[in-house]
Design a binder for this molecule. Structure first.
Ligand SMILES: Cc1cc2nc3c(=O)[nH]c(=O)nc-3n(C[C@H](O)[C@H](O)[C@H](O)COP(=O)(O)OP(=O)(O)OC[C@H]3O[C@@H](n4cnc5c(N)ncnc54)[C@H](O)[C@@H]3O)c2cc1C
Length: 493
């Protein structure tokens, strides 16, 4: 009920009709540069954000908290949330002072992340998750090792609910509403407006559902429009050889549209932003038989019934190993005891995950010989009991897998996360080809590059969105305040 009211207010569009103080000289100068615009809104925002996912909502809240006066978000869809809402909500935290900060930073740098950005993510993770706690995000007080997080120290957290990402989005959206952030739904940003003399980014052209274009001016712009898992054009241009057969993880079974069309990256490139790591695309098993978000209660077998990888390895290792198996797929198997993730019920109803009442049925359904299956499962359960995996070195075993019914399904690789994007610095300023900031332009979340490098540890994407989104909101506000001060000083001379 509360949510419907919120959406109604936000979609009414009344806020655009207000007249504001943008300089007419600036507006007319820019208007002539912007040939694509057929309608200009005479509104001026302090901070204008593109995208209402985790990074965009964090930026909006942080901007208001830092003192920005009018803050708005342009969101191309009809709801807030983006991939953040669909996510399992697993975050990474360096929880225990300098040692864990250093460890997390080193792990990110080893994967090609820029040191300054990796340090920022690790150092700010604790404070940022506390910031979300203060908005009533209730983290479970238990660190765990997420699937794909690699073999280091357990450093993942979640709300423990089946819809972790949605929990966080709700908290952020509610805080944004309380702070008076304006959200314009069904407004797709299509172009940034750059002052031809100063190179400042001073506005955005957005397209509404009825095809009308609007020009919206702001002192600072934050791009938070997510990655490009839905853009075949960008994938074909930068990563023609990605090993995917199953679409993207945000577009499960074709039921939800993947909104990550890479618009922010394209718009940034058009104004001279440097793109990095665009060919680094993460493909993971997600849309098939997997029903757990943590490593420790699932066994993965190839068509022949053998384990072939450490189930708690990082996703790049898992993807590499999967590609070498017969048919490029694997069976995932868990049992009645394990705590299932959000998509378990849907997958079961859709027949993607199936139930087997015994190992005999499981063998028949998977086509693995009964003797082989019993051997593999017995060896696995012995390892789970002793905690020692002589073959692949797995160390996390939450339980044995021996209580029927068994739940199983086929997994293939789908595009999940795009590591590359707009290069930013630790203040989230978008950098040009000489790695100088483009004035007035900030970016955060999956639209950026440089944070993870070539690979990504599980949980780091959401932490990235919240940490850098928050920084972007603050930094954009500081930029506006400094700009205003300079302008006041020059007028008083
Ligand atoms: C199924 C799934 C599960 C995941 N689970 C995890 C997890 O547990 N832990 C983890 O760390 N990561 C996870 N990830 C990755 C993580 O969710 C994303 O990297 C992260 O949410 C990105 O946040 P963001 O704010 O950058 O983008 P998003 O949350 O995707 O938000 C971007 C927003 O921008 C909007 N937008 C796009 N283009 C425009 C435009 N031109 N104009 C206006 N608006 C626009 C979109 O509609 C969207 O609302 C998961 C991803 C998926 C798909």
């Amino acid at each position: 009920m509360r949510r419907r009211k919120w959406l109604t207010i936000l979609t009414s569009g009344f806020l655009f009709s207000q007249a504001h103080s943008i300089s007419t000289v600036l507006a007319s100068n820019l208007e002539t540069q912007n040939q694509t615009s057929n309608a200009s809104i005479n509104a001026e925002f302090d901070v204008l954000i593109i995208g209402a996912g985790g990074a965009g909502l964090s930026a909006a809240v942080a901007a208001r908290e830092a003192g920005a006066k009018r803050v708005a978000i342009l969101e191309k869809s009809a709801i807030v949330g983006g991939h953040t809402m669909l996510s399992a909500g697993t975050v990474t935290v360096a929880s225990d002072g300098d040692r864990t900060v250093q460890e997390l930073m080193n792990d990110i740098v080893a994967m090609g992340g820029r040191r300054s950005l990796a340090r920022t993510l690790a150092e700010q993770s604790g404070a940022t998750l506390q910031w979300l706690s203060d908005m009533d995000v209730a983290w479970e007080a238990k660190l765990f090792r997420a699937v794909g997080s690699g073999t280091g120290t357990p450093r993942n957290l979640s709300t423990g609910s089946q819809r972790g990402g949605w929990d966080i989005v709700q908290a952020l959206a509610s805080r944004a509403r309380k702070l008076g952030v304006e959200i314009y739904f069904e407004h797709r940003a299509i172009k940034l407006i750059q002052d031809s003399k100063t190179h400042h980014i001073v506005g955005v052209v957005a397209k509404t559902l009825n095809g009308k274009e609007k020009t919206i001016f702001a002192h600072a712009i934050v791009i938070a429009s997510g990655g490009f898992s839905a853009s075949q054009k960008l994938q074909a241009r930068f990563a023609p050889n990605i090993p995917t057969v199953s679409g993207s993880t945000a577009d499960t079974m074709g039921m939800t549209p993947d909104l990550a069309s890479g618009d922010g990256i394209r718009m940034g490139e058009e104004v001279g932003a440097k793109l990095v790591d665009m060919d680094a695309i993460e493909c993971i098993p997600y849309t098939g038989g997997r029903v757990l978000d943590f490593a420790g209660a699932e066994i993965w077998l190839n068509a022949e019934g053998d384990r072939f990888v450490n189930e708690e390895a990082s996703f790049d290792v898992i993807a590499g190993a999967m590609q070498n198996q017969t048919g490029g797929f694997m069976w995932t198997i868990t049992d009645a005891k394990s705590k299932k993730g959000a998509n378990f019920g849907t997958k079961l109803v859709a027949g993607i995950v199936r139930e087997a009442s015994s190992l005999t049925v499981l063998a028949k359904e998977t086509g693995i010989s009964y003797e082989k299956l019993v051997d593999t499962m017995t060896a696995y359960n012995n390892m789970a009991t002793t905690g020692h995996d002589p073959q692949f070195g797995r160390t996390t075993f939450n339980q044995t897998i021996d209580t029927p019914p068994y739940y199983f399904g086929i997994e293939r690789l789908s595009v999940h996360f795009t590591m590359g994007g707009l290069l930013i610095d630790e203040k989230t300023r978008v950098l040009d080809h000489n790695e100088h900031p483009i004035p007035g332009l900030f970016a955060a979340g999956e639209t950026t590059g440089g944070v993870h490098g070539r690979k990504r540890l599980s949980g780091n994407a959401l932490t990235e969105a919240f940490v850098f989104g928050r920084i972007a909101g603050r930094e954009a506000t500081m930029f506006v305040q400094e700009d205003r001060l300079k302008s006041d000083l020059s007028h008083s001379k």
